[in-house]
Structure formats: structure tokens, C-alpha cells
Design a protein around this ligand. Structure first.
Ligand SMILES: [Zn+2]
Length: 201
């Protein structure tokens, strides 16, 4: 994808996340892979509903900015996911309310309540609490890099996908499943046999 188009698409994704209450104020960070050593990421400390294409920051695989602007402090876990997964083209991290409510109370998201949860998310591990921006958080994310989605204790959620649309869809589905979990109480998961069948789809 060329850089100009990627800047536009990343801006649109940020606006959708913000408009659907999947992230609030300056929370979260989103990125897209442009090439082997080029990634576009949201700038540090800005409201995701108010970004323009030119605000996005181009970084290399070492995390150094190669355009104007200061990249998000969390760029290192984005780079760790890209390095671990050659087929991943986009990473979304934000703080959706119901995901955070689960993550604050140390509970995982149950992805087996509906077929969509199983198909889109698979499983979504809960990663322990580490200070935002810390090396420890990067290592914890790296060791769960095989999951499409994950919760960060007392913090938020991360999804990855082949492109921005897939990473966005997974975040939207993750928050849907978190909200559903609060609404249905202790309703049972789909039968294990059905979950296994759906996972193969
Ligand atoms: Zn965060």
C-alpha cells in the first residue's frame, strides 16, 4: 500500500474507533505496515477522533521516526507483533469500556458464546499488568503474538489482522463479546464440538 493511501486509511480507522466508542480521548494507538522497514503509526497523545492523514508518523523497524511527529509510546509492541507475524499488516490497540471492565477485574473474554466470537477471535488471552510503554509489556505481548486478540490487565485490548479492516473488525467483535458477556451472565458457551468445528472454518 502506498504511504498516502495508508495515511488516509489509518485516519479513517481511528475515526471509526472513536465514533463507535471503542476508544476515548487520546487513548490507544493504531498502525499499518507499509513495507519491510516502514510502518505508519498514530502520533503520541492525540485524540483519535481529530487526527488528519498528515499527523501519522512513519517509523522504521527500530522504532525511529523517519517523518515529522512523535510516534506513540507503544510502538514497540506494534513492531514486536509485525516481527513475529509476517502476514500481519495492521495492529489496533485501544481501551473499549467493556473490555477494560473485564481487564480491570482480572477476567478473560469468553469467545465461545456465539459463532462470530469463535470465528473472528479464536481465543483472547488476558495478559498481566505491566506499565504502558515498558519493555515488560512488549515481552508479554510478544509471547502472545499467536493470538488475533488479547486483553491487557487494567489497561485495554490489542487486535491484529492482515489489514486495517480485519484488525478493526476484530476489535469491534472483541468489545461486542465483552459487552455480551456482561449481558448474559453465566450463560453457557457453545458445545465444545461445535467450537472445534467453527475453529476450522
Ligand atoms: Zn493503552
Amino acid at each position: 500500500m502506498n504511504e498516502l493511501l495508508a495515511r488516509r486509511k489509518l485516519t479513517e480507522t481511528c475515526k471509526m474507533l472513536y465514533d463507535r466508542n471503542l476508544t476515548v480521548s487520546a487513548g490507544g494507538n493504531m498502525s499499518v505496515r507499509l513495507g519491510e522497514d516502514r510502518f505508519l503509526i498514530t502520533p503520541s497523545g492525540r485524540n483519535k477522533g481529530l487526527l488528519n492523514p498528515e499527523d501519522m508518523v512513519l517509523i522504521n523497524s527500530k522504532g525511529r521516526a523517519v517523518s515529522d511527529g512523535k510516534p506513540s509510546i507503544e510502538h514497540k509492541f506494534h513492531l514486536a507483533l509485525y516481527a513475529a507475524n509476517p502476514d500481519v499488516g495492521a495492529v489496533v490497540h485501544c481501551h473499549p469500556l467493556h473490555c477494560v471492565a473485564l481487564a480491570v477485574s482480572g477476567r478473560s473474554i469468553r469467545c465461545g458464546l456465539t459463532p462470530e466470537g469463535v470465528i473472528l477471535l479464536g481465543d483472547a488471552p488476558l495478559i498481566g499488568y505491566f506499565t504502558p510503554g515498558s519493555k515488560e509489556l512488549v515481552e508479554a505481548v510478544r509471547s502472545n503474538s499467536g493470538s488475533r486478540a488479547m486483553l491487557l490487565e487494567r489497561h485495554g485490548a490489542i487486535t491484529q489482522g492482515r489489514d486495517l479492516e480485519e484488525a478493526f473488525n476484530r476489535m469491534e467483535e472483541l468489545e461486542f463479546q465483552a459487552k455480551l458477556q456482561f449481558l448474559v451472565g453465566d450463560a453457557e458457551d457453545l458445545p465444545a464440538k461445535e467450537i472445534a468445528k467453527l475453529r476450522k472454518m
